[in-house]
Design a protein. Sequence first.
Length: 149
Amino acid sequence: MLRLALYQPDIPQNTGTILRMAACLAVAIDIIEPAGFDVSDRHLRRSGLDYLDHVAIARHRSWAAFSQWREETGTRLVLATTAGAVAYTSFGFAPGDCILLGRESAGVPASVHEAADARIVIPIREGLRSLNIAVAAAMILGEAIRQTG
């Protein structure tokens, strides 16, 4: 199963949209805390509606906790970043990959960049910063699912 990890998400509505998409596409979600909002089940239910019963969500209290889980499971980490080296459509996804998306406001720190097994990018027009995180997640996840079946 593919996984989608959210690094310290800032915006609950984006997280809710991503959770709903993950439920529909049978993708597990990892939330790496601290988040910019309360990620208790009650608050996630508000943004994820009734879809939360259909998505596997793992909460990690910190980047260190997530890194330990990843090491224990041998999960390959694919970072989506504007500083990525390979276009997401040229990257070879594999079953079990975990696609990591950074904070809406700040991305991820250099230490997280360095920890990733691969760094992918969605090519966009020069002079523009980035796409909405939920849109980026959908595009990358669609390609990963296409490749892995």
